[in-house]
Write a protein that binds this ligand. Structure first.
Ligand code: 8YV
Length: 323
């Protein structure tokens, strides 16, 4: 009989990660698409896994946690964000929870810069024009974007990703500011100026970019009041979490010209974002792909499996999520 530890996969991983998993673990059939919460619980009850590999888009909260079988020792999420999981409930059941910090920092920061450039330089509109048939030279003053260099970027949340964005933005000769619960030591500020509140920073931002986790406290924090404090014609970037934003307020600000443009990788309702976003010409939209490179998704999967391996062998997890 198979003595390898039982691992429940909730979706396929990159080929490098799959090779390792198929060699080292006993796994049920690999799902075609990401499982739903219900399917995860049904499979777990039948398969009695010691470990579960999960990711964003598969919520495991509240009473669902109570329905996990006692066999489960570790839930490893292939993500840095943990807002899809009920951490206290998992800990109360004695389950170790791990995430994948650091390995996706660079790719997520790249995504924020991609969104910023695309929004400022009207990438959606140019793309749409090319597909319609360009046909005639653009006038000297037609469909002009906004210069990035020299502009003021406000970063909300100066963790690992915020700092990586600040570093990149400095390379574009931007003036970088940040707001964070606490001021960072000078050598970690990446040349950015500190504001103790988002509210105080907003009037100084040509571009605003979010880099904090979603939580009950930050839900909808970017609301109509805050958006109205930005200079008129500012640009809004979100490669963090849709739940940080009041999307009605965001759509109003984009329609009224309070915001000139937005670059969004995340939405409140994934994978079916508010259809009103699609009607706005001045938004550049991507489908939650900040970490979606071969290298980073492989690093994330490997780190998740390293965590499972550590816990099932009685060692400390490498990157545990603490209470
Ligand atoms: C997703 C992310 O996890 O790490 C995060 O928090 O949002 C992304 O990297 C990734 O799409 C896999 O779920």
């Amino acid at each position: 009989s198979d003595t390898r530890p039982r691992l429940l996969l909730t979706q396929r991983q990159t080929s490098t990660v799959m090779q390792r998993i198929e060699q080292d673990f006993n796994i049920p059939a690999v799902p075609e698409r990401q499982l739903t919460t219900r399917e995860l619980l049904d499979t777990a009850r039948a398969f009695q896994p010691q470990a579960i590999l999960i990711s964003t888009g598969l919520p495991l909260r509240g009473d669902d946690v109570l329905l996990l079988p006692d066999s489960v020792k570790v839930v490893a999420t292939v993500s840095v964000g943990t807002d899809h999981l009920d951490i206290p409930a998992l800990h109360a059941r004695g389950i170790v929870v791990t995430n994948t910090p650091d390995v996706l920092t660079e790719c997520n920061a790249d995504m924020a810069i991609l969104l910023m450039l695309a929004a400022a330089r009207r990438a959606s509109e140019y793309g749409a024009l090319m597909r319609r048939g360009w046909g005639r030279s653009l006038a000297m003053d037609e469909l002009l974007g906004t210069r990035i260099s020299g502009k003021r970027l406000g970063i909300v949340g100066m963790g690992r990703i915020g700092r990586a964005v600040a570093k990149r933005a400095r390379g574009f000769d931007m003036n970088v500011m940040y707001s964070n619960r606490r001021r960072l030591p000078a050598d970690q500020e990446a040349g950015a100026t500190y504001f103790s509140t988002v509210t105080d920073m907003l009037p100084h931002c040509d571009i605003l970019s979010l880099h904090m986790p979603a939580s009950p406290e930050t839900d909808g924090m970017i609301n109509a009041d805050l958006l109205s404090r930005l200079p008129r014609g500012a640009i809004f970037i979100n490669a963090a979490r849709g739940a940080l934003v009041d999307e009605d307020a965001l759509i109003d600000a984009l329609r009224s010209g309070q915001l000139a443009a937005a670059g969004l990788d995340v939405y409140r309702n994934e994978p079916n974002p508010d259809p009103r976003f699609l009607e706005l010409p001045n938004v550049f939209l991507t489908p939650h792909v900040g970490s979606a490179t071969v290298e980073t998704r492989t690093d994330m999967g490997m780190l998740a499996v390293d965590n499972v391996d550590a816990v099932l062998n009685g060692r400390d997890a490498l990157t545990p999520v603490r209470a």
